[in-house]
Design a protein around this ligand. Structure first.
Ligand SMILES: *[C@@H]1O[C@H](CO)[C@@H](O)[C@H](O)[C@H]1NC(C)=O
Ligand SMILES: *[C@@H]1O[C@H](CO)[C@@H](O)[C@H](O)[C@H]1NC(C)=O
Ligand SMILES: *[C@@H]1O[C@H](CO)[C@@H](O)[C@H](O)[C@H]1NC(C)=O
Ligand SMILES: *[C@@H]1O[C@H](CO)[C@@H](O)[C@H](O)[C@H]1NC(C)=O
Ligand SMILES: *[C@@H]1O[C@H](CO)[C@@H](O)[C@H](O)[C@H]1NC(C)=O
Ligand SMILES: *[C@@H]1O[C@H](CO)[C@@H](O)[C@H](O)[C@H]1NC(C)=O
Ligand SMILES: *[C@@H]1O[C@H](CO)[C@@H](O)[C@H](O)[C@H]1NC(C)=O
Ligand SMILES: CC(=O)N[C@H]1CO[C@H](CO)[C@@H](O)[C@@H]1O
Length: 470
């Protein structure tokens, strides 16, 4: 009932928005085009409105059969930037985006830097430095600089207060939402896809291919793809959706922060799955927010950015896996054994005798066992945001372990388990990779048991690979 109601509400919003478009679109584009019409202009402005609405409808529903230009490049990456006290990251962001793109990539992408400050002398500072650092990229239009004009914005005083945010914060977030709308408007029709990031992120070599592959792999039923799990960073939209987004952002900039509106865009468009690219493609580096005195923490961002895709290609025959470790959130051990998801195991050690027990549905002739544990963390992200490589550290890996096997399955009530175990590998320290298992076991293995010793607290397992004879 609840979901029916919210669906209905979503529809009312959609229909409402469509109807309002006739009025609003012009209000919105008057924010963008800024002119207030005199009485004599009415006829031509009405024509303009009708044309804009027709274009929007053509994009959204192809009602008029209007032929729209096909964008020339694959991606346009929108990067709004404003002054922040205590450190600017925009040049690091641009360096990362430029140096991580091959010359072929550069022909498929445009980077649009939007100078979003109302302080014009700050525009000049940033513009000059970009010209100095990236003359070639500017001249061949790999980088474009665009600036906002304060006079096109609605008044940002006396805004509605909500979410318990201070007046300063409400103004900051309302402006951020409008900045995004202007940026999207500017980027309209430049590329097939628009990617929104912020001015304090880094990426890695091959990001263009990674994004392109992810778009291809995501099918067609998405409206937002996520290349980062942080707020408004790394969100991919279709070029054809930009007019709707501009409407949404300019309609609700007082009520909602931009990342919430992105999230609501998913529900309004009835996108039911979340599409997150793991490893993520962009990593947040800004410790200082553009909101005065606000600092931000890294959270799980670096975990997802440095996480490798599953690579072991084990046979992983059907099995149930048990463990006595505590499980963090939903990161159950099956997630590490299942090759088809990009998830992992993350848990904390029990007081003693920690183990993972794999019980095969059918006895297996196991040849090799590999378990990839630990992850790369960016430990000093907030202390030293611009020297990434110096901060990387491996965390939560299994330090000391032993592997046993059993070929004696016993039934206990409704469940089955293994009882008598033999050593496959005595306690050792180091990566978990056990070869020649067939020779040591003579086949017909019912269970494998990994025992953990001398673990401090947390254990992260990216992937389990069990190899068997076919
Ligand atoms: C839009 O309509 C025109 C004319 O009816 C048609 O040729 C074209 O294929 C349509 N485009 C899309 C994307 O449906
Ligand atoms: C505007 O920017 C300039 C140069 O970046 C700076 O010196 C000045 O203090 C800023 N003005 C305001 C009002 O923030
Ligand atoms: C994605 O699909 C398009 C169209 O089929 C293709 O041209 C492009 O090479 C694909 N990109 C990748 C990275 O596979
Ligand atoms: C930011 O912090 C400084 C030092 O604590 C304080 O003087 C200043 O008023 C704060 N600014 C805002 C806008 O809260
Ligand atoms: C493994 O389990 C899946 C799902 O339960 C099943 O579809 C599949 O046939 C099983 N494979 C084998 C080899 O038993
Ligand atoms: C294991 O190997 C034995 C003989 O080498 C064979 O009979 C058996 O079918 C194999 N089992 C599986 C699950 O492959
Ligand atoms: C980054 O950190 C490494 C290791 O701490 C240090 O050797 C290097 O000089 C630093 N680089 C910069 C640019 O600060
Ligand atoms: C300060 C500044 O760079 N202003 C420019 C912003 O962009 C408009 C055109 O969109 C120019 O006319 C301004 O000079």
């Amino acid at each position: 009932m609840r979901s029916v109601t919210s669906l209905a509400l979503a529809w009312i919003t959609v229909v409402g928005l469509a109807v309002l478009n006739i009025v609003l679109l012009y209000t919105c584009s008057s924010i963008v085009n800024t002119t207030f019409k005199t009485h004599e202009d009415t006829t031509s402005s009405t024509k303009q409105v009708i044309q804009d609405v027709t274009k929007t409808l053509a994009r959204n529903g192809n009602i008029s059969g209007l032929v729209l230009k096909k964008p020339k490049v694959l991606l346009v990456i929108g990067i709004p930037t404003v002054y922040r006290a205590g450190g600017s990251y925009i040049f690091t962001t641009l360096s990362s985006l430029v140096s991580s793109a091959s010359s072929e990539d550069r022909s498929r992408v445009k980077l649009v830097v939007q100078l979003s400050d109302f302080n014009i002398s700050y525009h000049e500072t940033v513009r000059d430095k970009i010209k100095e650092m990236f003359p070639k990229e500017l001249s061949n239009e790999f980088i474009l600089i665009h600036n906002v004009s304060a006079e096109k914005y609605p008044p940002l005083e006396h805004l509605k207060q909500n979410f318990g945010d201070s007046t300063v914060r409400v103004k900051w977030r309302a402006k951020q939402t409008l900045d995004t709308a202007f940026l999207m408007q500017y980027c309209q029709d430049m590329a097939e896809y628009y990617v929104h990031i912020e001015d304090d992120v880094i990426t890695r070599p091959g990001y263009v291919r990674e994004i392109s592959e992810f778009i291809n792999a995501s099918g067609s039923s998405w409206s937002v793809l996520e290349l980062s799990l942080v707020g408004a960073i790394g969100k991919v939209f279709r070029n054809s959706d930009l007019p709707k987004l501009v409407n949404l952002l300019t309609s609700f900039y007082e009520e909602q922060p931009v990342d919430y509106l992105f999230m609501y865009f998913k529900s309004i468009t009835v996108q039911t799955n979340q599409y997150v690219r793991i490893p993520t493609v962009f990593k947040h580096i800004g410790a200082k927010s553009t909101l005065v005195n606000q600092t931000r923490s890294d959270g799980m961002d670096s975990l997802y950015f440095y996480m490798q895709p599953k690579r072991l290609k084990g046979d992983n025959p059907n099995a149930t896996i048990e463990t006595n470790l505590g499980v963090y959130q939903e990161h159950y051990i099956d997630k590490a054994y299942n090759k088809l998801n990009s998830d992992f195991f993350w848990g904390y050690t029990a007081s003693s005798n920690n183990f993972f027990l794999i019980i095969f549905t059918v006895p297996q002739n196991v040849t090799k066992v590999v378990i990839d544990s630990g992850f790369i963390a960016d430990e000093n992200n907030l202390v030293n945001p611009l020297n990434i490589s110096s901060n990387l550290k491996r965390r939560d890996y299994i330090i000391k372990w032993r592997l046993d096997y059993s070929n004696e399955l016993v039934s206990k009530g409704a469940s089955t388990t293994c009882e008598v175990f033999r050593h496959l590998q005595e306690y050792i320290e180091g990566p978990i990779q056990v070869e020649d298992v067939l020779k040591k076991t003579n086949g017909h293995v019912n269970c494998l048991r990994l025992s953990i010793v001398s673990q401090v607290n947390w254990i992260f397992i990216r992937e389990i690979g069990v190899y068997v004879t076919s």
